[in-house]
Write a protein that binds this ligand. Structure first.
Ligand code: UFG
Length: 374
C-alpha cells in the first residue's frame, strides 16, 4: 500500500536514500511536506504494534487511530493492560515462543510494524540478565524471522538512551559512543544491531527511536502510565503525594550536578507516539536503517522534577535521600536534531510543568474507571 500511495503522490521512489544508523541524510523541505502526508491522510492502513498494551505502545495505537488507521496489538500482557488496547484486534503471544508467533502471524500482512514489546527496567535487568536477553533480543530475532517469512518490510523500533551509557558530552547525539552500563541498555543495543543487520541483508527498512525519559499521559487522560511495580520518578512522586504509593526516595544527592541529583530529559508520551508516526512516514520512501534520539533537549534534576510535581499537586511531597541506584548516569540529555531534521518531528509538550500536570490528571482519575482496575 505504501508504494501505491507513494506513486499517487507522484514521487520517485529512487529519491529514497539508503541511510545508516549514524549517517545523517538531509531532505529538502519540499520532500518533507510530501513525507508528512503519507500517514496523516488517514488512508486506513493497518499496523502491527507489539507491546501495544503498554505505556508508549498504547499511546502510539491511539495516535494511529486518530489518523484513521487500525492496528493489531501483539502483547503477552506480562506488563501491559487489556484496557489499553482500545478495542483493537489483539494477538496474545509471547515473543520468546517462535512457534506460537509463527502460527499466530502466518500469512498476515501489515503496512508496518511498531516494535515496543520488551522488558524495560534498568534495575530488574541487572538482576535478571537472562530474562532480558531472552525477552528483548531473542524476542526481536523471532519477530524479524516472522517478518521476513511473511514479507513485511518496515519497522519502527522502540529503543532507549540507555544504549549510550555514561555521557562524554553535555548532550547526546546519535554518534555518541555506545557503552551501555545496564543489561537493559545492552539488550536494546543488541536489538538495534540485529535490526540494522536485517536491513542490510534484506529488503527491509527501519527507524530506531532512542527515547530519553518518557513521561506524562494522554491529554484527555484516557491513557497513561500504569506500571506494577512503579519505579519511575514522576509517577512515584505523584503516587506518594496521592497516598497511593510508597514514600519517595531520591536515589543519591551526591552526583556532580548543581543540586547533586541526576539530570534527565523528560519527553511527553504523546510526543513520543507522534514521533513513531513520523518515523513510519519516513519509511514510506526511504530504505535502510537510521537511529534517532527523542527528547526535549533540556535536562531537569530529580529535585527540579519534584518541585514541578509539588506545583501540580499543590502541596509539598515528602522524600528521603537514599543511596545511588546502580546503572544511573548523572546526566542524560538528548540532542534530538536528527529527529527534527530527518523525521520532521517537533515535541509540543516542552515544559516539565505541562508534562507533570498531565501525569497528575491521570494519577487522580485512572483508577476510578471500573475497566482499568485489577
Ligand atoms: N529516581 C529517584 N527515585 C525514584 C525513581 C527515580 O530518585 O523513586 C531518579 C533516578 O535515580 C533517576 C531519575 O529519577 O535519576 C529518573 O529515574 P526513572 O526511573 O524515572 O527513569 P530512568 O532515568 O531510570 O529510566 C529512563 C527510562 C529507561 C532508560 C533510562 C536511561 O525509563 O528505559 O531512562 O537511563 F533506560
Amino acid at each position: 500500500m505504501a508504494t501505491q500511495i507513494f506513486m499517487a503522490l507522484g514521487m520517485n521512489q529512487t529519491l529514497g536514500m539508503a541511510s545508516t544508523g549514524e549517517g545523517l541524510q538531509v531532505l529538502s523541505p519540499r520532500h518533507l511536506r510530501y513525507h508528512e502526508t503519507w500517514i496523516s491522510r488517514g488512508n486506513g492502513m493497518h499496523f502491527l504494534v507489539t507491546g501495544g498494551a503498554g505505556y508508549i505502545g498504547s499511546h502510539t495505537v491511539r495516535a494511529l487511530l486518530q489518523q484513521g488507521h487500525s492496528t493489531t496489538v501483539l502483547d503477552d500482557f506480562s506488563t501491559g493492560h487489556r484496557w489499553a488496547t482500545q478495542g483493537q484486534a489483539v494477538i496474545e503471544v509471547d515473543l520468546k515462543d517462535l512457534g506460537a508467533l509463527r502460527t499466530a502471524l502466518a500469512g498476515t500482512t501489515f503496512d508496518g510494524v511498531f516494535h515496543f514489546a520488551a522488558k524495560s527496567l534498568v534495575a530488574e535487568s541487572n538482576r535478571e540478565p537472562q530474562l532480558y536477553y531472552q525477552n528483548n533480543v531473542d524476542g526481536t530475532a523471532h519477530l524479524l524471522t516472522v517478518a521476513l517469512e511473511n514479507g513485511w518490510n518496515r519497522c519502527v523500533l522502540s529503543s532507549t538512551a540507555a544504549v549510550y551509557g555514561n555521557p562524554i558530552t553535555d548532550t547526546l547525539g546519535e554518534a555518541h559512543p555506545k557503552n551501555p552500563i545496564s543489561v537493559y541498555g545492552q539488550t536494546k543495543l543488541a536489538m538495534e544491531h540485529l535490526l540494522e543487520r536485517t536491513c542490510a541483508d534484506h529488503p527491509f527498512s527501519a527507524v530506531c527511536l532512542r527515547y530519553f525519559n518518557a513521561a506524562g499521559a494522554a491529554s484527555d487522560a484516557s491513557l497513561g502510565e500504569a506500571h506494577d511495580p512503579e519505579t519511575h520518578l514522576i509517577p512515584t512522586a505523584l503516587k506518594a503525594a496521592a497516598g497511593t504509593g510508597k514514600p519517595l526516595t531520591i536515589f543519591g544527592d551526591d552526583y556532580p550536578t548543581a543540586d547533586g541529583t541526576c539530570i534527565r530529559d523528560y519527553i511527553h508520551v504523546e510526543d513520543l507516539a507522534n514521533a513513531h508516526l513520523h518515523a513510519m512516514n519516513y519509511l514510506a520512501d526511504h530504505q535502510g536503517f537510521i537511529a534517532c534520539n527523542l527528547g526535549n533537549g533540556v535536562g531537569f534534576s530529580v529535585k527540579a522534577v519534584l518541585a514541578a510535581c509539588e506545583q501540580a499537586v499543590g502541596a509539598t511531597i515528602d522524600y528521603s535521600i537514599g543511596a545511588r541506584r546502580k546503572g544511573d548516569p548523572a546526566t542524560l540529555v538528548a540532542d534530538a536534531t536528527r529527529a527534527k531534521d530527518v523525521l520532521d518531528w517537533q515535541p509540543t509538550h516542552t515544559t516539565i510543568e505541562a508534562i507533570v500536570a498531565s501525569a497528575w490528571v491521570w494519577e487522580r482519575t485512572w483508577e476510578i474507571h471500573e475497566d482499568r482496575r485489577g
